[in-house]
Design a protein around this ligand. Structure first.
Ligand code: F6R
Length: 612
């Protein structure tokens, strides 16, 4: 949700900033801007509505010289997407510029106070309030930029990652964070700032993850200094990035989404690596805290969106194998529900980005109330990874397509391993039961590879459904959450309305919608509920609806009644959602492409939802 980049060093800042913005565009893409201090110490600011490419065109023939600058790609919160509301925002004297990711909750109170002092505003954003406040403090207190930033942040309520430059101090960038991510890359005589490491990795693998309430003072030719907002010096912890540039590129695929769907053979391999050993599961997050799991009265899973769908599957896995009562909550509801949380509860927070504001707030609440919090994250070093007591990374590599694909299968795979690890500990599943599923987990990459062979068939059948307006997705048991996920994938990238339902619920209402205009995707692998799902398909067919069925290879019944059949390889029931997710992802992708939609950057969406 908004991406920030900053640079100070010996190189020209503009190309580095623009390249960084392209890398961060998944975080927001309604407008973009850059601020650069030129060699004459003049602050030049260029902003434009639309994607980063439009900013680049706008900057052609402009003065973009300078070795210090900040840049931003926006996902609007306060004020519509427009040139004026785009970042960077600047002080009245045109010397200070700021980029901001987050939301300032008390911006209106601060704005009214500044207006009383004669300050004028040009945009509708909360961010402009911060830069005008910095300027006001600097002028009234006659203090340094750093002191003004520190004082301003003490008055601000909300979430922020900011970077500030001042043409009166062209050798310094000030950056700060609270509840929004910020990474600083330490190069050789140059320093980079970014919302995540992707704009930095081309130049250095040495990074510092700024912590909440920290301010970084980044000065040309001087070592990085970090202080807290209450002016105490912070210890700098330089970490080495384990990311490669190739992970951030499309690698010959037309879209990141397709690349990420096809990558799942390798990502699930990486996710499982070292965690299935001699037919048992090794998760240090569990084995390091045995008492927490043995004595857990309850497990509460908190997450949003696709991660919440993974959580629904996880709950079923945990209850089935580990026999611990488990419920799943939307993090956004949980945080405001005054939930009953006991000290023997284990809260599992699932998040690809590790930065989702609602999930982070749910974790903080759970911790305050004494629960033990376990994270299932993708982004190493992310806020959620750091805020949780322990956890398991899914290790699927950077996910850039806005629609989550490989993270979902990684999350479900980790949750399956987690359920088995707890079951081993508690003795709720026999050795042979664990061994059987563990062996199948190791086979997942091979099964995914086979499933991906469905791609041409799915591409072909997608053309039949490009212009429908509604879709129904049905599944049962482990695959009911997959029906929700399939529907979400389709609607978010193709803008076709889609709903997911437990198949047996159809007769309690949604069946009224079925006619020949409304196709139904039925996830019907060979499991305990197979016969019942066949009846559901019959009910759809009896009402003239067309059916796309995902079945286990060798199914002899469904191919006789469904309009299209997508065969997946046999897989144990508990792991079937991982395999069945692949045709659902491909179906959404191809329909969206045939409709001419931008699948990597769907309208109104952004990856990493760092605002409420
Ligand atoms: C959908 C999607 C979103 C995210 C949700 C949570 O394709 O990507 O629904 O799953 O915003 O994000 P994370 O997992 O980063 O907390």
């Amino acid at each position: 949700m908004c991406g920030i980049v900053g640079y100070i060093g010996q190189q020209e800042a503009y190309p580095i900033l623009i390249k960084g913005l392209h890398r961060l565009e998944y975080r927001g893409y309604d407008s973009a801007g850059v601020a650069i201090i030129n060699p004459d110490d003049r602050l030049n600011i260029y902003k434009h509505t639309g994607k980063v490419a439009e900013l680049e065109t706008f900057c052609e023939a402009k003065d973009i010289a300078g070795t210090v600058g900040i840049a931003h790609t926006r996902w609007a919160t306060h004020g519509e997407p427009s040139d004026i509301n785009a970042h960077p925002h600047y002080s009245t004297n045109g010397k200070i510029a700021i980029v901001h990711n987050g939301t300032i909750e008390n911006y209106n109170v601060l704005k009214q106070a500044l207006i009383q002092h004669g300050c004028e505003f040009v945009s509708q954003t909360d961010t402009e309030v911060v830069v005008k406040l910095i300027e006001y403090i600097q002028t009234s207190n006659n203090c340094t930029l750093l002191d003004a930033v520190r004082e301003a942040l003490s008055q601000v309520v909300g979430a922020y990652a900011i970077a500030v430059i001042d043409s009166d101090h062209p050798d310094t960038v000030i950056a700060a964070r609270k509840s929004s991510p910020l990474v600083i890359g330490i190069g050789d005589g140059e320093t980079f700032i970014a919302s995540d490491a992707s704009p930095i990795i081309d130049y250095t693998n040495r990074v510092v993850y700024l912590r909440d309430n920290e301010i970084a003072i980044i000065s040309r030719n001087e070592p990085l200094k970090v202080i807290t907002t209450d002016n105490k010096e912070s210890k700098i912890d330089i970490q080495t990035l384990r990311m490669s540039v190739s992970q951030l590129e499309k690698g010959g695929y037309p879209h990141f989404m397709l690349k990420e769907i096809f990558e799942q053979t390798e990502t699930i391999f990486d996710c499982v690596r070292g965690r299935v050993v001699n037919d048992t599961i090794k998760l240090s997050g569990v084995s390091d805290h045995p008492d927490r799991f043995i004595n857990a009265g309850r497990i509460i899973i908190v997450a949003c969106g696709t991660s919440w769908h993974a959580g629904l599957i996880g709950a079923r896995l945990i209850e089935n194998f580990a026999r611990i009562p488990t419920r799943v909550e939307y993090a956004s509801e949980f945080r405001y529900a005054n939930p009953v949380i006991n000290s023997d509860d284990v809260v599992i927070a699932i998040s690809q980005s590790g930065e989702t504001a609602d999930t982070l707030a749910a974790i903080k609440l759970a911790k305050e109330r004494g629960a033990f919090v376990y994270g299932v994250c993708n982004v190493v070093g992310s806020s959620i990874a750091r805020e949780t007591d322990t956890g398991t990374y899914i290790h699927v590599g950077p996910e850039i397509g806005v629609a989550s694909t490989k993270a979902f299968t990684g999350q479900v795979t980790v949750l399956a391993m987690l359920a088995l690890a707890i079951a081993q500990l508690k003795g709720t599943a026999s050795r042979s039961q664990v061994a059987e599923v563990a062996r199948s987990i190791q086979k997942l990459p091979e099964l995914i590879k086979e499933t991906l062979l469905l791609n041409p068939q799915i591409e072909k059948l997608s053309s039949t459904y490009t212009y429908v307006h509604n879709f129904l997705y049905l599944g049962r048991g482990y695959n009911y959450p997959n029906a929700l996920e399939g529907a979400l994938k389709l609607k978010e990238i193709s803008y076709i309305h889609a709903e997911g339902y437990p198949a047996a619920e159809m007769k309690h209402g949604p069946i009224a919608l079925i006619d020949k205009e409304m196709p139904t995707v039925v996830i019907a692998p060979d499991d305990d509920l197979h016969e019942k799902v066949i009846s559901n398909i019959q009910q759809v067919k009896a009402r003239g609806g067309s059916v796309i069925a995902i079945v286990t290879r060798g199914d002899t019944t469904i191919p006789k009644i469904a309009d299209h059949v997508l065969e997946i390889p046999p897989v144990p029931e508990a792991l079937s959602p991982i395999i069945a997710a692949i045709p659902l992802q491909l179906l959404a992708y191809h329909i969206a492409i045939m409709k001419g939609c931008n699948v990597d950057m769907p309208r109104n969406l952004a990856k990493s939802v760092t605002v409420e």
